[in-house]
Design a protein. Sequence first.
Lengths: 342, 323
Amino acid sequence: MATQVAEKIALEITHRALGLSDDQVLEMYWAMLLARRLDERMWILHRPHLVAFHISGIGHEAAQVGAAFALKRGYDYAHPYYRDMATVLTLGMTPRDLMLALFGRQGEPSSNGRQMPSHFGSRALNIVSGSSPVATQIPQAAGIAFAIKYKKTDQVVLTCFGEGSTAEGDFHEGLNWAGIHTLPVIFLCQNNQYAISVPAAKQMAVPNVADRARAYGIPGVIVDGNDVLDVYGAMRDAVARARRGQGATLIEAKTYRPVPHSSDDDDRTYRSRAEVEEWKKRDPILRMQEYLTRVNLLNAQKIVESDARAKQVVDDADEFARNAPYPPAEAALGNVWGQVKS
Amino acid sequence: MAEQSYRDAIKDALREEMRRDERVFILGEEVGVWGGTYAVTRGLYDEFGAKRVRDTPIAESVIVGAAIGAAMGGLRPVAELMTINFSLVAMDQIVNNASKMFYMFGGQFSCPVVIRTPAGWGQLAATHSQSFEAWYASLPGLIVAMPATPRDAKGLLKRALRSNNPVMFIEHARLYNVVGEVPDGDYTIPFGVSEIKRAGRDVTIVSYSRMLHVALAAANKLAQENIEATVIDLRTLRPLDLAPVIESVKQTHRALIVEEDWVTCGMGAEIAARIGKDAFDYLDAPVERLGAIEVPMPYSKPLEALALPEEKHIIARVKEMLT
Ligand SMILES: Cc1ncc(C[n+]2csc(CCOP(=O)(O)OP(=O)(O)O)c2C)c(N)n1
Ligand SMILES: [Mg+2]
């Protein structure tokens, strides 16, 4: 009887029902928090133009951490997009790595300062660096999945993009390819309802990006993109399907971008403050704090402590990158061509 | 004559042509409510409404493809592509379709599409900082304009909007705030007419778009050392008017082509070949070219600075040519 009650309580605790330990769910919270604080610092650094550009993942942390958490780090592949800071932090990139990229300094891990910030890349972590034209990662992710199937490993690929980018031919061509070949790839659309200034309704005539999956013979799943556990659950199932050889899934995480598109944007010109404030109430980090408090894993004091810890890590990364030297100018000349081995 | 920015001159060209011709409409990403990534179309949505200033999905192939279709259907579309880098997504529509429509249809359908798009750079890295004008200029059937000044931007764009041919109208992100004199009233500038911006006896510098300004600044510095350069602005790259260049080289006996693009297979290659043919007997030195170094554009500031041609490089190269 007692065990039955305990089990019933456990099932009400969503993360345990999903097979996540208390430590794991706290790890998720930490990744989300760290991504948020790091991102906020990047905005601050841009204000006096200490850095040239910032494009933010604020608001997307639940979608990203929930998805990345279902991957095997350094084994599975990720082909992220520019907002995926929380994704790559979860997969093992460090705040110092990301700050080096932002400042364009020596030792930046994806390209030693050649690549733009937010074009995350790490060979060691199987994080593939993308190009700036949107949606180009989608066919490539299908191609990585093709290679995985060819080599018969049980890896999977996660690729991410915004809802606006699903208007590009590359989205349709990539999903079609993955559908035809039954490939182990998860397409995660982080639907924040705007493509810069243009609302989703002007980008497509269907209400959900997930509806498009039918056209390619793959499942399309809608999740609450501000609920990390909802995203994780769908992602975990999609990963399992892919590993079993059952092919691709399109997951649409409904979310919101409470900040401007990038440091070049002023979002007051195209949406109301009331709308933004409304969505801020559904902030994924607040929701996670509420949930963790409810299941007794967090309290006011622990929240303060984890904030302080995040600030320390962010301070360290900021200082480290700010004081790092630039690469020597001649570094521009290297790496145009791979080594030719005879 | 009034002073106006390059951005406002382009906007006025659009506004005046839209008022004049009901068939002219604008389509592109962010062109409506937001007023364009570089604020070129700001205010036009308010004046002309959503029917004539259309925000599109992020889908360059259909922006250009639908513009081609609309042109064949009797309209005069202005397709804005956010940057020339993204024009690659629409390459098939531009190269295999817009530029060949008239020819392949035996002249039955003309394709009066204007594709406006900026080149440029500024810590935007390899896939955001490119210059593809030479690729587009290689195509018979496509007009390529790349104006350097507000006056030319307005006059050439108005010309483009009255043309029956497809036009690739390449702006420059770093020119939008440049101010210059713009004639009052309605005027157009013909395609294929280069302009001598400065006359000098020692060397002929050929350029266009932003590098024209850098070349002029270099020429002014050289003048302080008693080196006098002729500087010529091509304005359109196809049709390409080299008559003033050839005439000038016959006087100066030396030519330097300055571009922001990679030198290999860039505009300079074409221009040098033609100078070599048409002014062969007049040359006292090999025709020289200056452009970006041959790497994808790096992000980090000192690396980017190394990759780009600057005034000091022009000055040094001219001096080398004269010794
Ligand atoms: C091919 C291409 N066209 C246009 C752009 C410019 N651009 C960058 S981000 C963006 C909006 C993308 O919106 P969405 O896909 O919804 O992603 P979000 O930024 O909202 O996360 C646009 C139009 C680009 N990078 N690439
Ligand atoms: Mg979006």
